[in-house]
Ligand binder design. Structure first.
Ligand code: X5A
Ligand code: ZN
Length: 626
């Protein structure tokens, strides 16, 4: 078996640099490379490695992954003056050209290929290439995020061709999503791409929908693209280890690669201004060590990002030391992943369950969406609740004009519809199971929600109103069943069999709503067999938070747990309890049981007698049968 560790470095790659002011690009400096190399010398690691020279990647090799247009544009920048360079750079998202950039990028590509050759030929067992510009954001036809050519993608494609490899694993531990690499291999089942990345629910660059855990690959490549989005900053050693234990390693061992490539960005390490994460250099020793157990140890580590010079260089040293076979340092600190990390891990495991035997028994998580007014209160909701952006005003207008033309004139109403529709849309398209929308005009929002759901194709929608609300009559009779829980008797509308008024004021001591829920609401709801439940909570509600939690908790048993909550009053306690009941991660607090008064028992009995022919689950005594 091969032994030895290759190290590839060429000072020439430090000549690529930013010539003008650009606060986005100014962190990608030549010192990233020279400083890392100095540190390797300092720890006497360079002399222990097999120093393999870099070379230029050939045009043909670059074309394995990139278009000839892209290659030509890059080539043409060699003779440009500063002004021209600036103009071409402006065509891309976060990229700068220097007259030496093309040459450096070709050396970066060639360095990766030299590493692949050294490992595949058995000259060494593993190795690292220190390169810049980095590669993983670069796409077939575009530079992006400091990257011109996709070094790692070219290395993978080259290894496939030259050595006939059928399974290559790419591990991208850079803190950014290597969307370029994803695009290149998303339909290719022979390359398994794993990336974790700072995501913050799509707020963090490059802010792509396709960086989320549900991008699993396309066509024949389904299952071979694994995204683990971090939705909070501050992820640390235990979060990274948990990601390896519960996602990457089981899948990687099942995949059984013949070669492992690492898109090795250290901006996921502590101190990095881009990543804002907390993982210490030690953790990279562990990550490297794990990957060395695959593919007979054939591991090629190729540098990507990393912008905190000290953290970067220390982490590079830990990686190389581990490749050389040195003992792995003990990780210190508390070993427990954070809740947000667990949630991301659970989501990606569930998304990949159809493709990997090791994940087959995964339980799908309940997904809840919410739009709430203030970002500040978002943290008060359970962690698994996803805060979604409101629907675009024009989209709302187009949608609503189809059935409520008069609404389109009122901007304020439209605005609140935007948040309800964003959540409803996620429910209808099954992206989430249930969701909460705040709406200052709940009755209008509900009317639109009901209409829209029926148009969407739902045959039976159960709608429960709690509190004073003007109920906008609907014309889709039979497809909507309304139950209105309020204090005052609603005289009109009671004639329709699809509108039921339940006058109920919760007792002062304890929760006496149990009797109404079990004795009336649930039997009616189960008789109706809705495919969607809408629960609206308006002002002057006659139920307390406990009663409302009970309602939400139990109605999750219907309509495959699809519930849209529309809440008019923005009381945070209420929002929190509803969110908790919807995610079902804890049994909501229903309050102590209180028996109903005689008057209430009678009230339910009257309703039951009146309605049990229609809603048969109300029947509980043979005597009443006609
Ligand atoms: C390779 C790498 C980051 C680009 C960030 C642009 N690129 N905001 O880390
Ligand atoms: Zn990065």
């Amino acid at each position: 078996m091969a032994s030895g560790t290759a190290l590839i470095y060429d000072e020439e790659m430090t000549s690529h640099k930013l010539l003008w002011n650009d606060p986005i690009c100014d962190i990608e400096v030549p010192e990233r490379l020279s400083f890392s190399y100095e540190q390797l010398k300092c720890y006497h690691l360079v002399e222990r490695c097999v120093c393999v020279p870099a070379r230029e990647g050939s045009e043909e090799e670059i074309l394995l992954v990139h278009s000839s247009e892209h290659l030509e544009v890059a080539k043409s920048t060699q003779t440009m003056n500063e002004e021209e360079l600036k103009r071409v750079s402006g065509n891309y998202d976060a990229f700068f050209f220097h007259p030496s950039t093309y040459r450096c990028a070709r050396i970066a590509v060639g360095a990766g290929l030299q590493l692949v050759d050294s490992v595949m030929s058995g000259k060494v067992c593993n190795g690292m290439a220190l390169v810049r510009p980095p590669g993983h954001h670069s796409q077939r036809n575009a530079a992006n995020g400091f990257c011109l050519f996709n070094n790692v993608a070219i290395a993978a494609e080259y290894a496939k061709r030259k050595y006939g490899l059928q399974r290559i694993l790419i591990v991208d531990w850079d803190v950014h999503h290597g969307q370029g690499t994803q695009y290149i291999f998303e339909e290719d089942p022979s390359v398994l791409y794993f990336s974790w990345h700072r995501y913050e629910h799509q707020e963090f660059w490059p802010s792509l929908k396709e960086s989320d855990y549900d991008a699993v690959g396309l066509g024949r490549g389904k299952g071979s693209n694994i995204n683990l989005p971090w939705n909070k900053v501050g992820m640390g050693n235990s979060d990274y280890l948990a990601a390896f234990f519960h996602v990457l390693l089981p899948v990687a061992f099942e995949f059984d690669p013949e070669l492992v490539l690492v898109s090795s960005g250290y901006d996921s390490g502590i101190g990095d201004p881009e990543g804002q994460m907390n993982a210490t250099p030690d953790v990279f020793a562990h990550l490297t060590h794990f990957l060395m157990q695959l593919a007979n140890g054939k591991l090629c580590v190729i540098l990507e990002g990393g912008y905190h010079l000290k953290s970067l260089s220390e982490s590079v040293c830990m990686t190389v030391k581990t490749l050389l076979g040195d003992p792995v340092p003990q990780i210190t600190g508390e070993m427990a992943p954070c809740l947000s990390a667990i949630e991301s891990i659970q989501n990606v495991r569930a998304a990949h369950k159809p493709y990997w035997k090791c994940l087959m028994y995964e339980v799908p998580p309940i997904k809840t969406a919410a739009t709430i007014e203030s970002e500040a209160s978002a943290h008060l909701l359970p962690l698994s609740v996803r805060v979604v952006k409101e629907m675009d005003m024009n989209e709302v207008k187009a949608l609503v004009s189809a059935f409520y033309a008069d609404l389109v004139k009122e901007d304020e109403t439209l605005l609140s519809l935007g948040s309800m529709l964003a959540v409803l849309d996620k429910i209808l398209t099954k992206q989430v199971c249930n969701g909460i929308a705040e709406s200052p005009t709940a009755s209008v929002s509900v009317a639109v929600a009901l209409r829209h759901s029926v148009r969407f194709g739902f045959q039976r929608v159960l709608c429960i109103f709690v509190g004073d609300m003007e109920i906008i009559p609907n014309t889709e009779d039979g497809r909507i069943l309304m139950i209105h829980i309020c204090e005052k008797q609603q005289s009109e509308k009671t004639n329709s069999k699809h509108y039921i008024s339940l006058n109920w004021k919760e007792g002062a001591e304890g929760n006496d709503f149990f009797s109404a829920v079990f004795g009336f609401i649930l039997p009616v709801a189960y008789s109706y067999q809705a495919n969607l439940t809408v629960i609206a909570v308006g002002p002057n509600r006659s139920l307390g938070i406990n009663g409302i939690s009970l309602l939400f908790g139990l109605l999750r048993g219907l309509a495959e747990s699809r519930i849209l909550a529309v809440i008019e009053n923005t009381e945070m306690n209420l929002m929190q309890s509803v969110a908790k009941a919807l995610v079902g991660d804890s049994t909501p607090d229903f309050g102590v049981y209180a028996p109903p008064t005689q008057e209430k028992v009678r009230k339910i009995k009257i309703l039951r007698d009146q309605l049990q022919q229609e809603w048969k689950m109300l029947q509980c005594s043979g005597l009443q049968m006609k």
